[in-house]
Write a protein that binds this ligand. Structure first.
Ligand code: SF4
Length: 224
């Protein structure tokens, strides 16, 4: 059983509710979506078995110095059988917190690794940004997040609609998770104005108060 890993690196979490924490990132190859704002290179990588990946990270890094290990991509849940075995090894060896970054569309896959995941950074993908209606997939996914600390990111640009805002807020109310609004970036600059961001935040908070506006901080810090 193998998975293709694009890169392994130490950095600072630049998005969402755990922004600023030092993490070890393990980036998986491949994704089941094709978002128009995606700026992540995840196609090429090296194949590892679960044992070999565990050996690699424990020999190259002092895991005691990290807040958590981020499984990111691409979409890590596409490698679910690999992940289940890798995480089983990790958890039987006093590993740090496991933090899953996911596009929140693969509920059946999440079920298989759920016992090993401590924090989920999930996305709601807006149709105005991806061209895809993934609402039903997100709904199924969030049911499975019960019992795991979860927050939800929403990347938005000038095309976000009022219907999308209301729909996201209804979903957040249903599952009671924090929402993080993240303006789409163009390089290291926001694609929308500060005024537009606060206007969108106001629209969200008038429907759902537990909403925050947090841009991609690692881009301002000039970090990966
Ligand atoms: S889900 Fe994430 S990794 Fe996949 S295409 Fe969209 S932004 Fe890129």
């Amino acid at each position: 059983m193998k998975a293709k890993i694009n890169e392994i690196f130490s950095s600072v979490q630049g998005e969402g509710a755990f922004v600023g924490y030092k993490q070890l990132f393990i980036r998986f190859c491949d994704c089941n979506l094709n978002c128009d704002y995606c700026d992540t290179e995840f196609e090429n990588g090296i194949e590892y078995t679960p044992d070999k990946l565990y050996e690699k990270i424990t020999s190259d890094y002092n895991l005691n110095t990290f807040h958590s290990v981020s499984l990111t991509g691409g979409e890590p849940l596409l490698s679910v059988n690999f992940l289940a075995e890798f995480l089983r090894i990790c958890k039987s060896n006093d590993f740090p917190i496991i933090y899953l970054e996911t596009n929140a569309t693969l509920a059946d896959e999440l079920i298989k690794v759920k016992p090993y995941i401590d924090i989920i950074s999930a996305d709601i993908k807006l149709k105005s940004a991806t061209g895809l209606d993934t609402k039903g997939l997100h709904d199924r996914f969030f049911v499975q997040c019960a019992g795991i600390e979860t927050f939800v990111k929403i990347v938005f640009d000038e095309n976000i609609t009022n219907d999308e805002i209301v729909s996201c807020c209804k979903m957040a109310q249903k599952y009671n998770f924090p929402l993080i609004l993240q303006p789409k970036m163009l390089g290291d600059k926001m694609s929308v104005t500060s005024e537009f961001c606060t206007e969108i935040l106001d629209k969200f908070t008038s429907n759902y108060l537990n909403t925050r506006l947090i841009p991609q901080v690692h881009k301002f810090l000039n970090l990966r």
